[in-house]
Design a protein around this ligand. Structure first.
Ligand code: HEM
Length: 418
């Protein structure tokens, strides 16, 4: 088996990563026989990987733990300590099974999520204060925050949405950055966790009675492998792990709008309200849109990848964006082609925008079905339930910013309802 030389004494690629963003790993992997190299980031020895073999390493068995693998601020703004992502082995599988029940196994729950989304979208669109111009990124943040709160079984009136939508949006916006914005986002998250703990106590005491099937009830009643309920602080963290990513789907919806704008044939195809092709369209949006650049992990034992020996304790990164954009696995990867017919249910180690492998046993995202359903519904709403102009604006997508999106947030003008 081959080994990778340790990085040179003064080598550190942190600055290059910050400058190159999404392209940092793909640029280096492109010139190599196999997508694997070793360097230092934040002064720490790291092996950077991509592709199906890396996905198998990351998403099969318990060879890679997420504990200790993410910068503290990103961890606090995203999954957080004591969340399902920080668990391993049987404890992980048990808690993950609850997420699978909520998000994968029961199609009526996804249908309910989509119908709340549709209703909120149309109501906000027709609200008198809306005017005829919308910045799609902000509009989605509000609509999706309302959808997420009400679906989760939490208060979703205008006050709650107005207060929580920007907090949830800021968690994602600031997760890849360091600076004053990050500190503010962390403080606002702590406040929201406090409010959620109050809701959780009210549900547990019977003072609030959300619908039986709602996620807040499932989380409040969940019992771990020692038959103990989760502390309210952990229920709040897991509630945020449902609310925050639902709001984050707005970023994909903005890319869906951009694709519909750039590919009028797809716009025309959905204009009659047909649902045929919506899933394929949404899946290709997930492949091309830059969102999660990579995920980090630590090897719990010695392992092998692309014929190289990796030592126990090694910090490893898997390039999710790069894998979806590498011509080794996707012909002409820069072309937007829903005909590729991708699906979160197939090619589990190649098409990995939200992680790979089997979601029930690995750390793969349990929210892919919800994500595809909401992107597809948004595409249908934007083509069939409304028409609009796309005024002159800056639609550049800077790849040195994580997360990214069109600079303008995608402005719609002269919105008309049929
Ligand atoms: C905007 C769309 C989304 C993106 C880009 C995304 C991305 C990801 C990624 C990359 C992971 C894998 C982390 C790893 O390997 O450690 C993940 C895990 C996770 N996601 Fe998502 N996600 C999205 C939507 C959702 C939704 C809608 C939900 C729930 C409502 C959700 C809940 C979770 C949870 C709970 C985990 C942790 C799973 C585990 O550790 O076993 N995500 N997500």
């Amino acid at each position: 088996m081959k080994t990778l030389d340790p990085p040179a004494r003064f080598e550190d690629s942190t600055w290059a990563l910050m400058k190159e963003g999404y392209l940092f790993m793909p640029r280096r992997h492109a010139g190599l026989e196999a997508p694997i190299f070793r360097t230092r980031l934040m002064l720490r020895d790291v092996v950077c990987l991509a592709g199906p073999e890396a996905s198998e390493l990351f998403y099969s068995g318990d060879t890679v733990t997420r504990r200790g693998a993410m910068p503290k601020t990103s961890l606090r703004l995203l999954q957080d300590k004591h969340s399902v992502q920080q668990l391993d082995g049987p404890a992980h599988r048990r808690r993950k099974a609850m997420f699978m029940r909520l998000l994968v196994q029961d199609p009526t729950r996804i249908a309910d999520l989509v119908s709340r989304f549709r209703e909120a979208w149309l109501r906000h669109l027709s609200a008198p204060e809306q005017g005829d111009e919308v910045v799609l990124e902000t509009f989605c943040e509000t609509v999706l925050a309302e959808t997420a709160l009400s679906w989760a079984g939490l208060p979703a009136n205008a006050d709650a949405v107005g207060r929580d939508a920007p907090v949830l949006g800021a968690m994602v916006r600031n997760a890849g950055r360091f600076g004053p914005g990050t500190a503010v986002a962390l403080a606002r998250r702590a406040n929201m966790e406090r409010r959620l703990r109050g809701q959780i106590r009210a549900v547990r005491s019977g003072a609030r009675k959300p619908p039986e099937k709602s996620p807040v009830v499932a989380l409040c009643r969940y019992r771990d492998e020692e038959d103990k309920p989760l502390p309210a602080s952990v229920v709040a963290v897991e509630l945020l792990n449902i609310l925050r990513p639902i709001v984050a789907i707005g970023r994909y919806i903005v890319f869906a709008a951009l694709m519909l704008h750039q590919k009028p044939a797809w716009r025309a195809r959905f204009a009659d309200g047909s649902r045929e092709g919506l899933d394929r369209f949404a899946e290709e949006v997930r492949r091309v849109a830059p969102f999660f650049p990579f995920i980090g992990g630590i090897l719990t034992r010695e392992a092998e990848c692309y014929g190289y020996r990796l030592k126990k304790g090694q910090w490893v990164l898997i390039d999710l964006y790069g894998t979806c954009h590498d011509e080794r696995w996707f012909a002409e990867p820069s072309m937007f082609r829903p005909e590729r017919d991708l699906s979160w249910q197939k090619d589990v180690h190649r098409f990995i925008p939200q992680g790979g492998g089997n979601a029930a046993s690995a750390h793969r995202c349990p929210g892919e079905q919800a994500t595809v359903a909401l992107i597809g519904e948004a595409a249908r709403l934007m083509t069939h339930e409304m028409s609009f102009d796309v005024p002159e604006q800056n639609l550049d997508v800077p790849l040195d910013r994580v997360p990214t999106g069109p600079e303008s947030g995608f402005v719609l003008k002269n919105i008309r309802r049929p």
